[in-house]
Design a protein around this ligand. Structure first.
Ligand SMILES: C[S@@+](CC[C@H](N)C(=O)[O-])C[C@H]1O[C@@H](n2cnc3c(N)ncnc32)[C@H](O)[C@@H]1O
Length: 349
């Protein structure tokens, strides 16, 4: 049988194994782990019919549905390639497991389809074991409300959501339950910062906890950065992070709506506008406030079906009309099966 073939090999060694049907394997693996019996130096052997877990000695009490045998077992693989390799689910359910997840410091966030809700804790446990240094795993149920805060359900681990996250050589305190933050924008934060120039007046509208502002302030010492967000928790975190980076004196952080800010703002050379579902409504007034030669970095969720027309639709909104060009537009990441988050770099002539 397949199990016998897998057990042979030049560096296999004799050990006790607990044999169990695949449907009970995860529960048995946990029980063996909790009793400190699971051997990590030897690999568990899985076949369609059964799973063999190498153990250091026989369990004190026989676990239901298991059998104990002595077998030749090979050494453990150095590391599983995916957290999915750590799960023993029904094959139909296994196929629904997402490949991607986000790591924010020692917090892991994963989006799960509703069909996996009954498996959420097992998935959380697998991620906790798979991601080096992970402390807590949350089921990311998406952003909501004006502040675009995530609804996060704890599924494994412990402690607060607040954590320390590193990107592009900077260190931020993030708190996914209080303030929007996406590690999928790390390249954008660096790209926009690399395009900004010394001496510019820069507005970071809908700044969140300030990853764009912070990346720019870290690189440029003589720019005037105004960071605006209506979520007070975002500005509080931005200020804390700016102090941590020693750039607090370079960022004027304000709890304000974009609408209100624009009524008193003067001119900007560069504007970042990252409010992907609604930002379009601010483009006419924002663009009118940009100096000739200035730039707007605009982000939005674009349905695939609209992608080809989108540049000209955006240009139509910009003021003064006819004075703007699209320097670049690119996909940042997939947002939904039929839409992407896209970045547009718009320049006033
Ligand atoms: C998608 S998040 C972007 C955060 C940040 N720019 C980033 O890249 O991490 C949008 C942010 O806009 C803020 N926001 C939403 N409506 C706003 C408004 N009318 N005026 C100011 N900020 C607003 C939310 O509080 C949220 O922090």
């Amino acid at each position: 049988m397949a199990l016998g073939r897998e057990l042979s090999g030049p560096i296999a060694m004799k050990t006790w194994v607990v044999l169990v049907a695949p449907s009970r394997a995860e529960a048995v693996r946990r029980a063996l782990r909790d009793q400190g019996l699971l051997r990590r130096d030897l690999r568990a052997v899985r076949t369609a019919a059964q799973v063999a877990f190498p153990v250091s000695r026989a369990p004190a009490r026989k676990l239901p549905g298991t059998r104990l045998e002595e077998r030749e077992i090979g050494p453990a693989r150095s590391r599983p390639r995916s957290y999915r390799d750590l799960l023993e689910l029904d094959p139909v359910v296994q196929k629904l497991l997402p490949r991607a997840f986000d790591v924010l410091g020692d917090v892991v966030l994963v989006r799960l389809p509703a069909e996996l809700s009954s498996q959420a804790e097992r998935i959380g446990d697998a991620l906790l074991r798979f991601v080096p240094g992970a402390r807590k795993v949350g089921w990311d149920q998406g952003v909501h409300g004006t502040a675009r805060i995530r609804r996060v359900v704890p599924i494994a681990g412990s402690g607060p959501w607040r954590t320390l996250y590193r990107e592009n050589g900077l260190e931020f305190v993030v708190d996914p339950e209080q303030v929007y933050f996406s590690p999928r924008l790390a390249r954008e934060h660096a790209r926009v910062a690399s395009e900004a120039a010394e001496g510019e007046t820069i507005w970071d509208l809908c700044c969140g906890l300030g990853p764009f502002s912070m990346a720019i302030a870290h690189r440029l010492h003589r720019s005037r950065i105004v960071a605006v967000d209506s979520n007070p928790a975002a500005i509080e975190l931005l200020r804390e992070n700016a102090k941590r980076q020693s750039v607090a004196d370079r960022i004027d952080a304000r709890v304000e709506t974009v609408e209100r800010f624009l009524t008193s703002a003067e001119r900007a050379d560069r504007v970042i506008l990252n409010l992907p579902h609604e930002g379009i409504k601010y483009l006419p007034s924002v663009s009118a406030a940009v100096a000739p030669g200035g730039t707007v970095h605009y982000y939005e969720v674009t349905p695939h079906a609209d992608a080809s027309m989108r540049e000209s639709e955006i240009l139509d909104r910009l003021q003064p009309r006819g004075r703007w060009e699209v320097l670049d537009s690119h996909r940042v990441h997939a947002y939904a099966p039929h839409a992407d988050l896209r970045a547009f770099t718009l320049r006033r002539r």
